[in-house]
Write a protein that binds this ligand. Sequence first.
Ligand code: IDP
Length: 155
Amino acid sequence: MFLETDLERTFLAIKPDGVQRGLVGEIIRRFETKGFTLVGLKFMKVSKELAEKHYDVHRERPFFPGLVEFIISSPVVAMVWEGEGVVAAARKIIGATNPLTAEPGTIRGDFGVNVGRNLIHGSDAQETAQTEIALWFKEEELVAWQPHSAPWLSE
Ligand code: IDP
């Protein structure tokens, strides 16, 4: 039996290239039609402070300064999605970090060619998801609701 407590949440962000290339609707559609539930959404310019905190684990990597400049260069769509197994499933839907080697059928595999322009971020584990959701969203910005299709998605 599927229980409410089985629901997970993940943090996803459509990066500046995804927004500039007009892929916001296409990307959101893939998570919606899979059967996940949108619980938080905002269109925003990212501050340097937020970008640096978000990518803190990569601080010592050579690509870090360019990555931060890219993320703050143009608006992003920050989102929280909920559902059974959503953290791992969203990573599959997104595809491998390098779009050139990402499988066709994934977002990066279908729409990208370069690791520095890979369209979308997705939390890599449940713990990371919780940290990232708290970093990007206030509790009151998240909407707990149950779509009418819920009983048709899980037994
Ligand atoms: P992920 O986004 O698939 O989880 P990570 O290895 O956590 O991949 O890297 C975070 C982000 O850093 C990538 O999505 C990409 O935007 C950027 N990045 C990673 N490796 C490179 C690189 O070699 N050159 C430029 N950007 C990179």
